[in-house]
Structure formats: structure tokens, C-alpha cells
Design a protein around this ligand. Structure first.
Ligand code: ATP
Ligand code: MG
Length: 388
């Protein structure tokens, strides 16, 4: 019989905290793998995913590799707690593999097992040498055979698959992410998912000839991100009225600051409704004109909520690398009409002053515009229900 043995990072996890974390991770895994007929349970200080149909192993592995909170996992053979059975299982696994050097890496969480890790390594290793004629090599062998001795059974495997790490989605609560069609904000959303946040997405658009394409693009990005966090909510906010008012009232150099302040306010309202207590943006200090510290200060002042900017210290290359790894890059680089680029000045203000911003907004019905945009908002749910 085979199972997936799942390990997570335990650093800093103690007492009740640890149980909460483990339960959440089991719950998140089960939502994803149920459809493939698998079941995850907490056993012996790790998570064991039982599989009913071995032909679904790749599909399950793919899902585990996208589940935040998992450090690594392995498809393992289950073996009874008996050294002879363990030797046999190790030989059975290795005899179908091509390699010349190996080492055995046993770990024993069950201290009542009669042999310690060193002894297991030696005993199993010599059988492999004898039966298969292979060589033991401690440094960089071709194959490492992992043997985990637990309370009721042992797990044996040769391949560890890296997970995304971090914390299980939802242990840290909810946040609202302002998602553009660009490269940065999907990556920012992913990074917070990895810190245990469930992300609610908000996108601002205006009704144009291209709305359908924009919508398709944003939904595709959310679909990729939903593979990590499960079923995801996307609020599509029609920003047309706010934009028309901004063009009428706001000098070109301040438009970007003002429209982004509206995004913060509307995002905050959605966050309160969703029980989220922070906003996330893909801002990156000094990358583009909108992102000088003066401008960010003027933009974020519009909300009382914490604004999380996980990319603040990233180089563009680092963001692009990560976007490629999570699978959003190819979608993000497809050209699309940004909702607000048409109204930005050739030389936007790079040192926005709050007094100026406030004076401009005195001439606007801020609350009314926010309410109107919220009325013109549609909620879309993305990702299968089963996998939520
Ligand atoms: P991105 O690659 O995420 O678009 P950027 O470096 O291009 O970021 P801007 O386009 O100025 O910078 O946007 C800064 C941030 O503002 C974005 O990361 C996103 O969080 C938010 N944002 C911008 N446009 C929108 C939009 N239409 N809908 C939702 N959020 C937006
Ligand atoms: Mg952008």
C-alpha cells in the first residue's frame, strides 16, 4: 500500500497553535484531494494522505505541491514495524530503479522500535549491498532511501517533492487584494496566501469595448491563484463613474493618486464586508511613478486599514521569477487596456502632497462615488466548489 507522507515546517509551532495549524492543513488538503478519492489525516505527528487509486497519485501530488503549509511530501510505501519487512520493502523499491550509489536515511519517532536510526541504516544498507550489488555513498549518492519509523507503521520512499512552504491558507484570516492585470499584484497575493491568508480579490475596470477581454484575463489569473488557496472570490468593480468624475475635477498630475485613493476606500469597504482586516497591493518602492514614498503615503492615507505590500523590497527580476514559478506570468504579460492608463498625465506628480490631495477631494462627493461604485460591483466565484 502507498500513501503520501506530508511534512510541514514546525518552527515556532507549539501547543494549541500547532493543533490549529495541523487541523487547518488537513482540512485544506482534503478539500483538494477528495475528488481524487484520497483522504488526509493527522497521524504520528505528520499528515498521512491515503490514496485509494494509485493511478491518481500524480494528480494528488500536483495538488499537494500547490498547498501552502507543506514543506515537502513523498509517495511512500507503508510497511509494518518489523526490520525484516522493512529490508524487503527497501529492496523491492530499489530493484526497479537505475542507480549505482545509495544511502539509507532512517528516522525514528517511535523510540520503542528495537533499533536506532544508525542501526537501521546499517542493517538495511547491507541487505541492499548484498542483494542488489550497489555501493553505499554518504555524500551525494544517486539515491537516498528514507525510512520513517512511526508508532504503528513505517514509511519508505526515495523521492521528496518540495512544497510551497509557509502556512496553511486561512490560519491568518482574510485579506483583500487589489488585483490588476499586471505582473506584480498576483505575486503579492501569492506571497500572502503563503503566510496563511485567505485572499479575496478586487479588480477595478471600466466599461469599454475591451471589457470582455479584461475580464477573461483577470479571471484566468484568479483561476491560477485558486489552485493554491481553493475557491476564490473576485469582486469586479465598475470604476467608470469614479473615473469620469476624476477627469472632470482632478488636475492630470494628481489623477493617479486620487484614483488609487478611491481603490483603497472601495477595497476597505469590501474588506469590512468580507471580515478581512488588511489590504494587499503589488506596490514596489520606487518602481514606477506612482510608487515614490511620498505617493504611497498619499495613497495609503485614504484607508484606515493596514496595507500590506509584500513586494516592497523585491527587484523586478525577483517578482518575474516568482510569477513564472506560480504560473501567472504568461497571463500577466498579455496586453490589456489598463483601466486607468488613459487618464494619467504624461508627467504625473511624484511628490504628492496630502494638503493638495485633500483640497481636490473637497470638491468631490467621495462617499457618494464610493457607494455608487459598490453598487456597480459584481461578485464572481472562481475555482471548483469541491476544492474550496
Ligand atoms: P501591477 O503589476 O500589479 O499592475 P504595477 O507595478 O504595474 O503593479 P500599478 O499598475 O501602478 O503598478 O499598480 C500598483 C498597485 O495598485 C497594483 O499592484 C495593484 O495592487 C493596484 N491596482 C492597480 N490597478 C488596479 C486595478 N485595475 N484593479 C485593482 N487593483 C489595481
Ligand atoms: Mg500595473
Amino acid at each position: 500500500m502507498k500513501v503520501f507522507v506530508v511534512h510541514y515546517s514546525e518552527i515556532g509551532l507549539k501547543g494549541e497553535n500547532r493543533e490549529f495549524f495541523e487541523k487547518k492543513l488537513v482540512e485544506n488538503i482534503n478539500r483538494k484531494v477528495k475528488g481524487a478519492g484520497a483522504l488526509a489525516r493527522r497521524r504520528f505527528g505528520r499528515i498521512i494522505v491515503e490514496i485509494r487509486d494509485e493511478s491518481k497519485a500524480d494528480e494528488i501530488a500536483e495538488k499537494l505541491s500547490k498547498t501552502p503549509g507543506i514543506r515537502y511530501f513523498a509517495l511512500a510505501r507503508v510497511c509494518k514495524l518489523d526490520i525484516e519487512a522493512i529490508k524487503k520493502a527497501a529492496v523491492a523499491i530499489l530493484q526497479d530503479m537505475k542507480f549505482s550509489t545509495f544511502k539509507i536515511a532512517a528516522s525514528r519517532s517511535n523510540k520503542s522500535f528495537p533499533y536506532n536510526s544508525m542501526e537501521i541504516n546499517r542493517m538495511v544498507g547491507s541487505v541492499v549491498v548484498e542483494k542488489l550489488g550497489k555501493k553505499v555513498k554518504m555524500k551525494e549518492p544517486d539515491v537516498v532511501v528514507h525510512i520513517e519509523i512511526c508508532e504503528k507503521e513505517a514509511y519508505i520512499y526515495t523521492e521528496r517533492i518540495e512544497g510551497v512552504g509557509g502556512l496553511p491558507v486561512s490560519v491568518s484570516g482574510r485579506v483583500v487584494s487589489l488585483l490588476s492585470g499586471g505582473i506584480d499584484s498576483p505575486v503579492a497575493s501569492f506571497l500572502l496566501m503563503k503566510r496563511g491568508c485567505k485572499i479575496v480579490f478586487v479588480h477595478f475596470f471600466n466599461e469599454t469595448l475591451h471589457s470582455r477581454e479584461v475580464r477573461k484575463k483577470i479571471e484566468s489569473i484568479v483561476r491560477v491563484l485558486a489552485e493554491f488557496q481553493g475557491e476564490s472570490k473576485l469582486y469586479m468593480v465598475n470604476f467608470g463613474d469614479v473615473q469620469r468624475e476624476i477627469i472632470k475635477v482632478v488636475p492630470a498630475s494628481y489623477r493617479m493618486i486620487i484614483y488609487r485613493r478611491f481603490m483603497m476606500r472601495i477595497g476597505e469597504k469590501i474588506a469590512r464586508k468580507e471580515g478581512a482586516n488588511a489590504l494587499v497591493t503589488g506596490d514596489n518602492v520606487a518602481q514606477v511613478a506612482s510608487q515614490t514614498l511620498d505617493n504611497l503615503a498619499a495613497i495609503y492615507e485614504a484607508t484606515g486599514m493596514p496595507v500590506l505590500t509584500p513586494l516592497a523590497g523585491f527587484d523586478k527580476e525577483e517578482t518575474i521569477d516568482l510569477a513564472k514559478r506560480i504560473g501567472t506570468y504568461e497571463i500577466s504579460i498579455q496586453p490589456y487596456p489598463d483601466c486607468c492608463s488613459f487618464m494619467i498625465a504624461k508627467h504625473p506628480e511624484t511628490r504628492a502632497k496630502l494638503e493638495v490631495v485633500k483640497r481636490i477631494e473637497e470638491n468631490m462627493d467621495v462617499e457618494g462615488l464610493v457607494e455608487k461604485a459598490l453598487e456597480n460591483t459584481e461578485l464572481v466565484t472562481i475555482g471548483s466548489k469541491r476544492e474550496q
